[in-house]
Design a binder for this molecule. Sequence first.
Ligand SMILES: Nc1ncnc2c1ncn2[C@@H]1O[C@H](COP(=O)(O)OP(=O)(O)OP(=O)(O)O)[C@@H](O)[C@H]1O
Ligand SMILES: [Mg+2]
Length: 335
Amino acid sequence: MADKSDLVLEVKNLKTVFFTNSGLFKAVDDVSFTVKRGETLAIVGESGCGKSVTALSLMRLVPDPPGRIVGGTVTLEGTDLLALDEAQMRAVRGNRISMIFQEPMTSLNPVMRIGDQIVEAVRLHRAMSAKAAWNIAVEMLRLVRIPEPARRAREYPHQLSGGMRQRAMIAMALACRPALLIADEPTTALDVTIQAQILALILDLQKELGTGLVLITHDLGVVAQTAQRVIVMYAGRKVEEASVEALFADPKHPYTRGLMASIPSVPASGAATQARLNEIPGTVPSLVRLPPGCAFAPRCKLAVKRCQDEYPPLMDWGGGHLAACWRAADVAEVA
Ligand SMILES: Nc1ncnc2c1ncn2[C@@H]1O[C@H](COP(=O)(O)OP(=O)(O)OP(=O)(O)O)[C@@H](O)[C@H]1O
Ligand SMILES: [Mg+2]
């Protein structure tokens, strides 16, 4: 097992709720995981299962109201981010922990030149002259392989293509060399060839800079190609966690099996697939009124009475392969 000092991020029992007109619900319910230096952890699950809220919780960017982090710890390089005040958090965000989004315009300012935006991000965290920061900005644009970076730095976001904007956002996120990068569906909005390029770029930079990466994706093909560990979320909870090899070789949760059934074959060699995780019959239950037992039980072919009545705890099925399912021991035979 990894030495503790290897850990960039340790999330323990994270709980984030939303207060809405239809009631309070737990968008993230008791989720724990770790990321080591240079490691990629993938978070997968259907739409609405809490992936983005988990990411926003790590960044302390959950909109409050209606949301609030109500429990747990998020320890980044030894510091619990949830215990920081907002000023301390601002010093960490964009510096030690950064996030890139599906839509680059979420983080880019449309009325500011690309280079100036990176300069601003750098000078927020590093005492240096505008000239030195500008040089870093151009260097970062070169690092993300934007051609003619010195010229591009003087352009506005709308002058760049979608793929180039995504690169600029990555340049900005990595400008301070964060220990952890969170990428929430970073390529979904792009067309397929550009997707592959951007993903390859993120992985190259991650290797080069030793950044820990939390990669949120719908695409199990991407997971197989990029991640070392995976967590599978369902209705706000972590229902399975394993190394990529173990997850694909021997998925323990019927939900994970359902997700995998939606791709034609396990992409062991890393061929990109466009499979989306949306082909399991039935829908994610309303988070406001979750059943007392397993939230997946109403959609699960293996469900027995116990599944309806009692929530299954996460159990270790060997070598850190965790799954929360009463039927996990039988899943390979039955499913
Ligand atoms: N600002 C908000 N106000 C109220 N509810 C929210 C808010 N943001 C997210 N939620 C709810 O929290 C739950 C988890 O949402 P989240 O965005 O984390 O899902 P996701 O797994 O990222 O889905 P997707 O794959 O579609 O991006 C959903 O029920 C969603 O409707
Ligand atoms: Mg999301």
